[in-house]
Design a protein around this ligand. Structure first.
Ligand code: C2E
Ligand code: CA
Ligand code: CA
Ligand code: CA
Length: 278
């Protein structure tokens, strides 16, 4: 809580200033994390429910802090979005993920789609399309191998700009997915105006899908919506067999989650794919 001091100074409770100090120091170390190579990508497999094949992977950011250990992206990405560091970090993520996908192709792995998460600031940069072209060109990666995951709230920040950018990406053959579908400002109206390929059902709806009738109804409605709009639908955060059975019965196309595999460091991904190939 904030109190007005006698001369207009603001006093903060100790808990709040500790939090501020923590944030500031995290912010400072995030600035050098990129240069020091403390950021890594892990890759989580995505599996088709139609034929059991590995379709692709999602790249997920990891930060190994020298003193604090592993820091979750849920903690540092909001910070990076506020201070703009998400722009160089996001560029590094795209570069690293595309280079990794190319390496897997060269070593004879089956072509896996590589899904990359985008933040609003990164996506809304005017040079974003040029950046994508440059990265795909430099890596020698076919555009159709890349899938970009964007959120509803990102799209709503600048609807007109987003539609232009999405069409430019689609023209190149890049795949587009709406992440965490159902959790943002859902405007069903945009679904038909955006050139989308996939909806990802948020883990929040999947968690209790076999126990909570409301969650089951929402998941089922999203799957039906995807079918009627001819979009692919993927469930995230799938952990249990019973969830798989539910999703398969409703004809959800694909799943991702600990049931299949945790996100893996790159050196473990290729062996995992070889073992789980059908
Ligand atoms: P997300 O895009 O919704 O990613 C899915 C999150 O669920 C990941 O958390 C993943 O590790 C976790 N997860 C996957 N399967 C399961 C499961 O079966 N059970 C449970 N309990 N969790 C599961 P993670 O890696 O901590 O990432 C958190 C969020 O940070 C991501 O959520 C995404 O929004 C953001 N993020 C991660 N990497 C990037 C990135 O490179 N760029 C941007 N802009 N955001 C990123
Ligand atoms: Ca995602
Ligand atoms: Ca997601
Ligand atoms: Ca999610």
């Amino acid at each position: 809580a904030k109190n007005q001091g006698r001369r207009g100074l603001q006093y903060y409770t100790p808990a709040m200033s500790m939090e501020t100090i923590r944030r500031l120091s995290l912010e400072n170390s995030l600035r050098s994390a990129l240069d020091r190579g403390e950021l890594k990508l892990h890759y989580q497999p995505q599996v088709s429910l139609e034929n059991g094949r590995v379709m692709g992977v999602e790249a997920l950011l990891r930060w190994q802090h020298p003193h604090r250990g592993w820091i979750s992206p849920a903690q540092f990405i909001p910070l990076a979005e506020e201070n703009g560091l998400i722009v160089p970090i996001g560029e590094w993520v795209l570069n690293t993920a595309c280079a990794q996908a190319k390496t897997w192709q060269v070593t004879g792995e089956p072509p896996l789609t590589i899904a990359v998460n985008l933040s609003a600031r990164q996506f809304l940069q005017t040079k974003f399309i040029a950046q994508i072209d440059q990265i795909l060109g430099q890596c020698g990666l076919a555009a159709k191998v890349l899938k970009l995951e964007i959120t509803e709230s990102l799209l709503m920040q600048d609807l007109k700009g987003a539609i232009t950018t999405l069409h430019a990406l689609k023209e190149r053959g890049i795949q587009l997915a709406i992440d965490d579908f159902g959790t943002g400002y859902s405007s069903l109206n945009y679904l038909k105006r955006f050139p989308l390929d996939q909806l990802k059902i948020d883990r929040a709806f999947i968690r209790d899908i076999t126990r909570e009738p409301d969650d089951a109804a929402i998941a089922q409605a999203i799957i039906a919506l995807a079918h009627s709009l001819k979009l692919e639908v993927m469930a995230e955060g799938v952990e249990r067999e019973a969830q798989v059975a539910f999703l398969q019965a409703k004809r959800c196309h694909a799943i991702q989650g600990y049931y299949v595999s945790r996100p893996l460091p790159p050196e473990q991904l290729a062996p995992w794919v070889r073992e789980n190939k059908r």
